[in-house]
Design a protein around this ligand. Structure first.
Ligand code: SAH
Length: 395
């Protein structure tokens, strides 16, 4: 068994069950890519079993803090079983469910979404890459799902020294990659091969429902859905009684899927406008043209992948929020989000406050929003918290 020994004092975060060991914390030792290593303190005390990753800044990710545990097939079966069992106990109004959410489920670097009878997985770390076949086999056995698509094409694999890889791991190679799920009673189509990430943004499930309810309750008629992707919030707006919905995204295929999703639910696509555009530009043009909306959603991509990008990202968030607040009618609703791990909830609130000041607009904070419960955060790994949002009623 290979060992990595930490520098004096660097054991503290691992003792608090934080699963990452950074390169700078290691005094000596190493292993092959994905190999299980024993992590020990400067005095030789056991700290964790971890997957070694020779090319990443996060040089090791802990599998277990229990010295008696063996990292073998039974270990993965146990963790996967627990992750899946948790979802069975949560309130999830969909057959699209995140089954494994990386670190929070004790499986650093592994993301698995279930879309009806298809699994879509990302192996994002050297450790999960090493155990990929075992994990695939057990996922299918534990869920009874026969089809598993791999979407290991995220940029973070590069940091781990891994090449991108996509394709069916289980199920016919020529099978369709299109799937439909039922979310809060809405039928939504997605494509596990061509969609973003694993195919869809399950984390916004309950916020889409909340939006439908608020649109109805507040009587919002003209809705602007920025960064709409496949139109989840647009479907919600129409279901909530909106009369005109504008969906803006820079991805043409996502907008086509958005149109299909609206039609699938028997909603009126004639009330919809689909703009293949840059949201920044679109917001400015809309303001110049004197357009106004009763409800706006801002759900941008990650502007700050880490805290190092927080300054620039803050300015970008502030700018779109300022424009959106100006485009809102008094009494209108703004749902604004950040999925940047590098921007905490408190900072995000401050950014939106700054945007309000610049726009000379105040608002009531109706609700604080977060990711759906199948994207859990654990108390030992607060970095896992990434999606935060505010529902604001313009004064
Ligand atoms: N709200 C969506 C998820 C949004 S993901 C849902 O509920 O499913 C972010 C989206 O922003 C992606 O679809 C991406 O194509 C789009 N995007 C990224 N940068 C953009 C830009 N500058 N202008 C418009 N869309 C952009």
């Amino acid at each position: 068994m290979k060992t990595i020994r930490l520098r004096d004092g660097k054991e503290r975060s691992v003792l608090r069950r934080h699963p990452w060991v950074f390169q700078g914390s290691i005094a000596k030792g190493g292993g092959d890519a994905g190999e299980t290593v024993r992590v020990e303190a400067h005095d030789g005390r056991f700290l964790a079993w971890a997957a070694f990753s020779p090319s990443s800044q996060i040089r090791a990710r802990a599998w277990s803090f229990d010295e008696a545990e063996r990292i073998d097939e039974a270990f993965f079966e146990c963790r996967l079983r627990a992750a899946i069992a948790l979802r069975g106990r949560l309130a999830i109004a969909s057959d699209g469910v995140r089954l494994v959410h990386g670190e929070a489920d004790g499986l650093p670097g592994l993301i698995v979404d279930r879309y009806g009878e298809v699994l879509s997985a990302q192996f994002l770390s050297a450790g999960t890459e090493r155990w990929r076949e075992v994990i695939a086999q057990q996922l299918c056995a534990l869920t009874g799902v026969q089809r598993l698509y791999e979407r290991s094409d995220s940029g973070v694999r590069g940091l781990e020294g891994l090449e991108p890889r996509t394709g069916w791991m289980r199920g016919a190679a020529d099978a369709t990659t299109e799937v439909t799920i039922t979310e809060h009673g809405w039928t939504l189509g997605l494509d596990v091969a061509k969609g973003h990430k694993t195919g869809y943004y399950l984390d916004q499930r309950d916020n889409r429902k909340r939006f439908a309810d608020l649109v109805r309750q507040l009587g919002c008629k003209r809705v602007l859905n920025c960064y709409s992707y496949t139109g989840g919030f647009s479907v919600a707006a129409l279901a909530g009684g909106a009369e005109a919905v504008t969906s803006v995204d820079s991805s043409g295929p996502a907008l086509e899927q958005a149109r299909r999703n609206i039609e699938r639910n028997g909603l009126d696509a004639a009330r919809c406008e689909f703009l293949d555009a840059d949201v920044n530009q679109m917001l400015r043009d809309a303001l110049k043209a004197g357009r106004r909306f009763d409800a706006i959603v801002l759900d941008p991509p990650k502007f700050a992948p880490s805290a190092a990008h927080a300054d620039r990202a803050s300015r970008a968030y502030k700018d779109i929020n300022r424009l959106a607040l100006k485009l809102l009618e008094p009494g209108g609703l703004l749902l604004t989000f950040s999925c940047s791990g590098g921007i905490g909830a408190e900072l995000f609130h401050k950014i939106v406050a700054g945007a309000g000041l610049d726009a000379e607009v105040d608002g009531y904070l109706l609700q604080r929003l977060e990711a759906a419960p199948d994207h859990p955060t654990t108390i030992c790994f607060p970095e896992g918290e990434y999606l935060k949002g505010l529902a604001i009623l313009r004064r």
